[in-house]
Design a binder for this molecule. Structure first.
Ligand SMILES: Cc1cc2nc3c(=O)[nH]c(=O)nc-3n(C[C@H](O)[C@H](O)[C@H](O)COP(=O)(O)OP(=O)(O)OC[C@H]3O[C@@H](n4cnc5c(N)ncnc54)[C@H](O)[C@@H]3O)c2cc1C
Length: 421
């Protein structure tokens, strides 16, 4: 049976891993990138605390020697259901079963200027772009004569008070304290502000009230200005405009305010639900299709009794759905009935800064050093290979004891020659 999986993120790579040794499965894994990466840590790449290679790994090396899996680099464009065919930007593929594991994209809520000028936080490319932009703005600030201009270049506005927004603003607060004041003597007298803004009335909205309050207090103590019930309306690259009429001058708007799934040609309108997610039945089969499945962030399943509005778009859901679907394919090969998916919520956590984190387990909340340690441990062991774990562990140790990490190089492709400068 030919199974084509589009997307090699948490959902796609785990599904491929679980099916790769099943003789009846002939797998083709398609991704627009030639590597898998770990989104929960991209903010550390973006702030120069980890190298991109610490949190990413090439698909071909990962599946080296696996005879019934082929990797195909390409952008999925369209499905032709009556021919069991998909069209990529570089050719076509045929399938017996098709699995969408395409995740989600940054949602700018239709604000074109925000899309044009803000810095997104979704992909590894975004993280590298952000690192370059922030470092370049620091260099510009170091030579700026005008005080107001200098302050604008140094001010960071983070939109979105979810885990990413919290983590990245905490990281900036630590960089301001430990790095910028020491490495940029030109800027020692200029005040710089870090704002974290969210349209809702709490940070980390899906977490417990205790975690929300602890996070707010910790960030405020670190000098982050948290503005709740504050929605961004526009951004021209120089000034952030808010719905309530307020404005903040800033050259750095970091956009971590939401995601949306993508619509694909060949999938009927009735198969899409909220946020363009593909509506599925209890086995992750996309409704109104015969042999197409969707797992992870791109799927919306409302049949799980504990999650009638669909599952949260988090890594654990993607991993658990991939495992259930792999088992269901094996059931299918053996002509046995499939098992409905039900999500086992193991809890959630967010890191705020050094020795500071919040953890919500199903019946227990804790914070501080132990929570921080648990966060590090869980994230380290969730990385895909031993190489990634070792590299990240080493970098974290250096950063912990030196309060720094010497990875702040501005590296951009040279447009003329195509080489790196
Ligand atoms: C910055 C950030 C921090 C996060 N932190 C956490 C966290 O701490 N804990 C947590 O549980 N969750 C976190 N999440 C959410 C978590 O990363 C997602 O829930 C998870 O990645 C979903 O897995 P997925 O496989 O569905 O999608 P993804 O992991 O996004 O993978 C989708 C894959 O599909 C590929 N793709 C997409 N479209 C196409 C196309 N048209 N053609 C070819 N390939 C395509 C992409 O290249 C990608 O490899 C975070 C997300 C982000 C962005």
């Amino acid at each position: 049976m030919k199974i084509v999986i589009i997307g090699g993120g948490f959902a796609g790579i785990n599904l491929a891993k679980d099916l790769v040794d099943i003789p009846q499965a002939e797998i083709i894994l398609v991704d627009r990138n030639n590597y898998n990466f770990f989104p929960p840590l991209i903010y550390q790449v973006a702030t120069g605390f980890l190298e991109p290679s610490s949190i990413s790994y090439p698909f071909r090396k990962f599946f080296k020697g696996k005879k019934n899996l082929n990797f195909r680099l390409g952008e999925f464009l369209e499905v032709v259901q009556n021919e069991n065919k998909i069209i990529l930007d570089n050719g076509e593929l045929f399938y017996d079963y098709l699995v969408f594991a395409t995740g989600a994209e940054t949602n700018y809520f239709g604000m074109e200027n925000v899309k044009k000028h803000a810095i997104p936080m979704k992909t590894l490319n975004d993280a590298i772009e952000m690192r370059n932009k922030i470092l370049q703005n620091l260099e510009k600030a170091a030579i700026a004569k005008d005080k107001k201009e200098r302050r604008k270049l140094l001010t960071v506005v983070v939109a979105g008070g979810g885990p990413t927004g919290v983590e990245v603003s905490g990281m900036f607060a630590e960089m301001r304290k430990e790095i910028i004041r020491k490495e940029y003597p030109e800027l020692s007298t200029t005040a710089s502000n870090i704002y974290l803004v969210d349209g809702g009335d709490a940070l980390l909205s899906p977490m417990t009230k205790a975690s929300q309050q602890d996070t707010l207090e910790a960030l405020t103590k670190m000098g982050v200005v948290v503005k709740l019930n504050t929605r961004v309306k526009d951004y021209d690259g120089e000034k952030v405009y808010f719905v309530d009429g307020n404005e903040i001058e800033s050259s750095n708007l970091i956009w971590a305010a939401g995601v949306t799934a993508s619509r694909f040609k060949g999938i009927p309108d009735e198969s899409y639900g909220r946020g363009n997610r593909l509506l599925t039945n209890e086995f992750n089969k996309v409704i109104s299709t015969e042999n197409i499945f969707a797992i992870g962030d791109t799927s919306l399943m409302t049949t799980d009794a504990n999650f009638p509005n669909g599952h949260p778009q988090v890594a654990q859901v993607a991993i658990q759905q991939s495992k259930n679907l792999a088992q269901n394919f094996i059931q299918l090969f053996n002509k046995k009935p499939m098992k409905a998916f039900s999500y086992n919520d193991k809890g959630s956590m967010a890191i705020i800064g050094k020795n500071k984190a919040v953890v919500d387990l199903p019946k227990y909340h804790f914070k501080g050093f132990f929570a921080w340690f648990v966060w590090l441990f869980v994230h380290l062991f969730s990385l895909i290979t031993y190489r990634n774990r070792l590299q990240t562990f080493y970098n974290w140790m250096v950063a912990y004891f030196a309060k720094d990490q010497p990875l702040r190089m501005i590296i951009r492709p040279n447009k003329k020659s195509g080489s790196m400068n």
